[in-house]
Design a protein around this ligand. Structure first.
Ligand code: BGC
Length: 399
């Protein structure tokens, strides 16, 4: 197979999120939710991967693999444990992590809010509380004042569309509500939070590049499903894309496609493999969503902040990433400004309501000793990153 090179400076990384890897995140709404009878959670997050203590090992891993960037999140519930009360110790902790990235030559990509809220905020109504966007901006301002000099890429809110749909429509994430009007209200609160947070962060320095990350699906209409597709996409994506027009970048996060018929989305197509998450194995989806984001956003740079597969078959992971990367390369060839690829996830971790079942990681984590064991896909992606090219490594043929 021929070699596909990526532009100079293309960022290669892996991602995690605080609640999914740090462990003992007692002061968050998710911790409370996991321990509620009937929440539907497979198991509580517990110690997770103990990354709160073992972060130097995590950073060593990222760097030794040959990746150049690490995406992780700040935990609001630790930084602002009670309303208006900030923990300098927690901020200092993240300062050590950021400095640790720089010491190892890693570009840090920081997410300010990845799904979890401090309990005090959840008690006030979470994103439905009219002051929540302003409180988010205040937390961003305080955090950036302490850490901004060590940051570069900053994501405000992770997947606001998923927070709204899972928490307020499907009732699967806290606060487990199913109410279309409340979902709409939360969507607009999250957009306000993104804008207010972005302004607070940008005010701290021109070196900070700020954007939101959006969960994007490669929607494909079946005959008669065109109108339904537009309706679904309008709610899931378009409002957020419109809100990102003045951002420094958009974080695109894609896992699969969805076929849409006249009545809505359909299940997996017969004959198409399904991942542990129940998604169709469809690595081409990333190319589709990048093209759509570029079409809507024009010149706003795109960064793949999440893409990955949940599987026990690590060669399937390599094949999935290779196929997704070939899609990025076609986008680049067509002039679409894609700045980097960040795999979800660095390691197997707490997959929200599904607990520790799904395996997205490049690195396996022993659940009792917390030992990290890189899978072959980790070395493979590291080799791609080092070469800044695909095709020089032994790569399975596309299926
Ligand atoms: C989220 C991650 C999650 C991943 C896999 C994204 O929606 O940002 O927290 O683990 O998808 O489901």
């Amino acid at each position: 197979m021929s070699t596909t090179s990526f532009p100079e400076g293309f960022l290669w990384g892996a991602a995690t999120a605080a609640h999914q890897v740090e462990g003992s995140n007692w002061n968050s709404d998710w911790w409370e939710f996991e321990h509620q009878a009937g929440s539907g959670c497979a198991e509580p997050s517990g110690d997770a991967c103990d990354s709160w203590s073992r972060w130097p090992e995590d950073l060593d891993l990222v760097a030794s693999l040959g990746l150049g960037a690490y995406r992780f999140s700040m935990e609001w519930a630790r930084i602002e444990p009670e309303e208006g009360e900030y923990s300098v110790a927690a901020l200092d902790h993240y300062r050590r992590v950021l400095a640790g990235c720089h010491d190892r030559g890693l570009v840090p990509m920081v997410t300010m809010n990845h799904f979890t809220l401090p309990r005090w905020l959840a008690r006030r109504g979470g994103w439905e509380w009219d002051q929540a966007p302003e409180r988010f901006a205040r937390y961003c301002r305080r955090t950036i004042a302490h850490l901004g000099d060590l940051m570069s890429w900053v994501c405000t809110v992770n997947e606001p569309n998923i927070v709204a749909v899972m928490g307020y429509r499907f009732g699967i994430f806290p606060p487990a509500v199913s109410d279309g009007a409340r979902r709409d209200l939360v969507q607009s609160a999250l957009i306000r939070a993104h804008h207010a947070g972005r302004d607070a962060i940008k005010a701290a320095g021109d070196h900070l590049r700020v954007g939101l990350t959006l969960s994007m699906t490669d929607y494909q209409a079946l005959p008669g499903g065109e109108e339904k597709l537009e309706q679904i996409r309008a709610r899931m994506e378009d409002g957020f894309l419109a809100a990102a027009r003045r951002d420094d970048f958009l974080g695109v996060q894609t896992y699969s496609r969805a076929r849409v018929g006249p009545l809505g989305t359909l299940g997996p197509e017969e004959g198409v493999a399904v991942t542990q998450m129940g998604y169709e194995y469809w690595p081409q989806a990333l190319e589709g969503t990048l093209r759509r984001a570029a079409e809507v956003l024009g010149g706003v740079p795109l960064l793949v902040t999440e893409n990955g597969i949940s599987t026990d078959d690590d060669s399937e992971r390599v094949e999935f990433i290779a196929s997704a990367l070939r899609g990025i390369s076609r986008c680049l060839a067509d002039g679409i400004d894609v700045r980097g690829y960040v795999y979800w996830s660095l390691m197997d971790n707490f997959e929200w309501v599904l607990g520790y079942g799904p395996k997205f990681g490049l690195v396996a984590v022993d659940r009792s000793s917390f030992d990290r064991r890189p899978k072959p896909s980790a070395a493979w992606l590291g080799a791609v990153a080092r070469a800044n090219a695909l095709g020089t490594q032994a790569t399975p043929a596309p299926r």
